[in-house]
Design a binder for this molecule. Structure first.
Ligand SMILES: Cc1cc2nc3c(=O)[nH]c(=O)nc-3n(C[C@H](O)[C@H](O)[C@H](O)COP(=O)(O)O)c2cc1C
Length: 473
């Protein structure tokens, strides 16, 4: 048998043995359940449309169409931005439904001028889940229509405080609460919900924000007797990362960057190639004209802006409420739309902090299979480590028992020698035989447990050896 075949056989055996630890779980949000706990993050200005979303949904994840400036994919956007946005969102939702029976969500930025209109369209078209970010989805939410259409609502937050604020406000105004949250950390792509100085600060790492969000939602889970899944996002790259965040208590993960580098991603291939070509030092934080920091790949366009150039642009509707279009040196929507179409001279690509790790453009099916495999391996490693730790405890307990029994035997010998009497002698011989028997049992048990540890450690060694190469897939 070849080494590879032997390894595969070993892996299959271990996966069977630890099946429950290796299986990437599903994700339940309100009434909707995805087969796998992976959400494809909505990526605006045409990066995640029906093609990507339906491909993800077909693989059991949640595919998400990004609604902001979606009308830029229409010819008449500059004449009728609202009409183009509404038409394009409806079309993409219907197209995604046609291509998949899985769960399709819509990502809408609260800060866009036509937020409420886009929300209505998504509800009318019965999107499965609304992901609402870049602002607090508090005012004028059509909660009754949302519930009647069985649409789930998931705000995107960057802190426990924001989550609490949204849930409290819903409770007060609507007598209802959203169905979960996405927590987006500072390693995410696109606009970020952090101040520039917080982005690299350890206190704002996703791992640190998560517990405060668990705590915030815990209150509402108890009060409403409902499960409110927390979905972690930002910098999650491998199956091993997914395992880690689910172990920390997240019920799902949201990935953006990995889904850009897929055949099905709706952007031009040159946009995807920019991910393959970029180095870590090319990934920078910009101050977007809408007043938020954003993460992007530095290219000719951003270099020109950094030199102080101003780009001419048309602004049909001041699409982002916080945009200071009069002062802006370029239009963010136009720049992102150019990049979507592959024109990286007149635009730039948003990306997550891990974009430089992308090595290939692959089909969504392959990406998800790789993530599942990485998850399974991490699950196995975790299970084996736990078992090694438990077995080591057993070993230490046996060692202690052996020592105590041995001390008992020698103690008895001395005591009995001192008071050697006929009737005691028989009892003593019996007792001694019992103790010897126990000593033999402990020795045998000890040998067995030790062999088990060696076996587990060998398996663990093999898994740890292959893990880095698997994560690179
Ligand atoms: C190109 C790009 C565009 C994005 N656009 C949006 C957006 O329109 N709305 C939004 O809420 N998040 C947006 N995001 C964030 C993603 O939905 C996702 O949460 C984030 O990228 C996760 O981090 P990751 O890229 O490290 O996986 C965007 C991300 C990228 C890479």
């Amino acid at each position: 048998m070849s080494l590879r075949a032997a390894f595969d056989e070993k892996l299959a055996g271990l996966k069977k043995q630890y099946a429950s630890k290796c299986h990437l779980p599903g994700l339940r949000i309100g009434d909707k359940t995805a087969d796998i706990a992976i959400v494809q993050g909505g990526m605006g200005v045409g990066i995640s449309l029906s093609n990507l979303a339906s491909a993800v949904a077909r693989e059991g994840g949640i595919g998400v169409i990004a609604a902001n400036a979606i009308g830029m994919t229409e010819d008449d956007y500059y004449d009728d931005p609202l009409g183009a946005n509404v038409r394009a969102l409806r079309r993409e939702l219907r197209e995604a439904r046609r291509k998949s029976d899985g769960l399709i969500g819509v990502n809408i930025m609260v800060a866009v001028d036509c937020f409420h209109r886009l929300l209505d369209v998504a509800v009318e078209e019965k999107a499965d889940i609304l992901f609402l970010g870049a602002g607090l989805p508090i005012k004028g939410i059509p909660v009754r229509a949302i519930r009647e259409s069985n649409v789930q609502v998931v705000p995107i937050v960057s802190s426990g405080r924001a989550a609490r604020l949204i849930f409290r406000s819903w409770e007060k105004h609507y007598g209802d609460i959203p169905d979960g949250v996405v927590v987006e950390g500072p390693r995410a792509g696109g606009h970020l919900g952090f101040k520039p100085e917080q982005i690299d600060h350890p206190d704002f790492e996703l791992e640190w924000i998560l517990p405060e969000v668990f705590q915030a939602l815990g209150e509402f889970e108890a009060r409403w007797n409902r499960s409110l899944p927390v979905i972690a996002a930002g910098g999650i790259f491998t199956g091993e990362d997914i395992y880690r965040f689910l172990q920390l208590g997240a019920k799902g993960v949201q990935l953006g960057t990995r889904f850009v580098a897929t055949h099905e991603c709706d952007a031009d291939v040159r946009f995807k190639q920019a991910y393959l070509a970029c180095r870590e030092e090319d990934i920078i934080i910009i101050q977007s004209p809408v007043g938020l920091p954003g993460r992007a790949i530095r290219g000719p366009f951003l270099k020109a802006i950094a030199r102080g150039e101003k780009k001419l642009f048309r602004c049909p509707s001041r699409c982002l409420q916080s945009c200071e279009a009069g002062k802006a040196r370029y239009c963010i929507s136009e720049a992102l739309d150019s990049a979507r179409k592959g024109d990286l001279e007149n635009g730039f690509a948003f990306c997550g902090a891990n974009a430089h790790r992308v090595e290939a453009i692959v089909p969504v099916k392959q990406l998800i299979a790789g993530l599942k495999q990485g998850y399974a391996l991490a699950g196995l490693v975790g299970a084996l480590k736990t078992e090694v730790a438990k077995t080591s405890e057993t070993l230490a307990a046996l060692r202690d028992e052996y020592k105590a029994t041995l001390a008992g035997v020698s103690g008895k010998v001395q005591a009995e020698l001192r008071h050697l009497a006929e009737e005691h002698e028989a009892k003593y011989i019996d007792e001694k035989a019992r103790m010897h028997e126990r000593l033999m049992q402990i020795k045998a048990e000890y040998r067995r447990v030790k062999e088990r540890i060696e076996e587990l450690s060998a398996d663990l060694g093999i898994l740890l050896d292959v893990q880095p190469s698997l994560n690179a897939i």
